[in-house]
Design a protein around this ligand. Structure first.
Ligand code: AVJ
Length: 323
């Protein structure tokens, strides 16, 4: 019979539905229309994102995993013993396994994610595979978390933020700087941050990565319309919108939009929302940085670059920063 190790704690700080309704309404009433990428991640959205990571065009996940695998003992040396690792936007928790295996002692691991059930399942599996490490799961919007709950503070060694996947790219550079500052205060004195950052590159590679041939990224993007319909009682016709993603070189970012295929007026909780044919809802930015640009941004937030790893093709970077 299989046995499972219980989580040290599951802490539910989930934002309520009202937050999504409020943000969706405000975003759809403004010009241009925009809804934050964090609302992609319900249970289905989290699963679709994991499918994206397996698509041949989507290079970030496998590249970052290879960088992590190759350099994890060096990273572990920087981290030292008895650390508490805190992951922001934890998802499937595949990457942190490589890190936890390399650390010969860790005083704990805390995973924070907005998608609660998904997080709980992934954290439970991790706890079972790493029975000696107390594992805490926090369901929360980490972009508005300014302190760790008490249970997540029982570390002996340093606190280490772990933010892989280039999720930092979802923030504008200005918001990224602010978030990096928040993480610095969360990890405190002697803290570290291990952060994955996608690198600037050829437009054709980026356009392909966000327009996979199997159409998974399109389904992921359109999942926002599903959520608006099922959770907020919207009346959007999913088939009258299409996925649109492209690299905007001037802004060094990939943009995802949902484009209306016709003039239409839809309804969201009694509010009419009108679209012109070709008008879009801006749903995501994914900012790309050079190594030097990202280090400059981190320095502006008070971090000191320790080291940076990359792959041979210079597709992706993994930075170690110290507080
Ligand atoms: C999870 C934000 C890193 O921007 O590449 C993947 C999300 N969107 N394909 C990214 C995403 C479309 C992803 N991040």
């Amino acid at each position: 019979p299989s046995t499972t190790t219980p989580l040290a704690a599951y802490i539910d700080l989930a934002p309520d539905l009202e937050t999504f309704e409020h943000a969706a309404l405000a975003g759809l009433k403004s010009t241009p229309k925009a809804v934050s990428a964090k609302f992609f991640y319900d249970e289905r959205g989290s699963r679709l994102f994991e499918d994206i990571c397996k698509q041949p065009e989507y290079y970030p996940t496998r590249t970052e995993l290879a960088i992590l695998e190759k350099n994890r003992s060096d990273i572990a040396r920087h981290i030292g013993p008895e650390a508490l690792v805190i992951e922001f936007g934890a998802g499937a928790l595949e990457k942190v396994r490589l890190l936890l295996e390399a650390l010969d002692s860790a005083s704990g691991f805390t995973a924070i994610d907005i998608s609660g059930d998904h997080l709980r399942e992934a954290a439970q599996e991790l706890a079972t595979d790493f029975p000696d490490i107390p594992i805490t799961a926090i369901c929360a919007d980490y972009t508005s978390l300014d302190a760790l709950p008490g249970e997540a503070n029982n570390n002996v060694g340093r606190k280490v933020g772990f933010f892989p996947g280039s999720t930092i790219g979802n923030f504008s550079p200005q918001d990224a700087q602010r978030f990096l500052g928040t993480v610095k205060s969360l990890v405190g004195h002697a803290g570290l941050l291990v952060i994955g950052v996608d690198l600037k590159k050829d437009k054709t590679v980026l356009d392909a990565a966000y327009n996979d041939a199997a159409g998974i990224t399109a389904q992921f993007n359109l999942n926002l319309i599903r959520r608006i319909n099922t959770e907020l009682g919207g009346h959007f016709d999913e088939n009258s919108f299409r996925h649109k993603a492209f690299y905007n070189a001037n802004m060094s970012r990939v943009e995802m939009h949902l484009e209306s295929l016709k003039d239409q007026t839809t309804d969201l909780a009694g509010h009419p929302i009108s679209f012109k044919a070709g008008e879009t809802i801006h749903t995501e930015i994914s900012c790309k940085y050079s190594i030097a640009d990202f280090q400059d941004l981190a320095k502006k937030a008070g971090w000191s670059p320790v080291t940076v790893y990359t792959d041979e093709q210079k597709l992706f970077s993994l930075h170690v920063l110290s507080a």
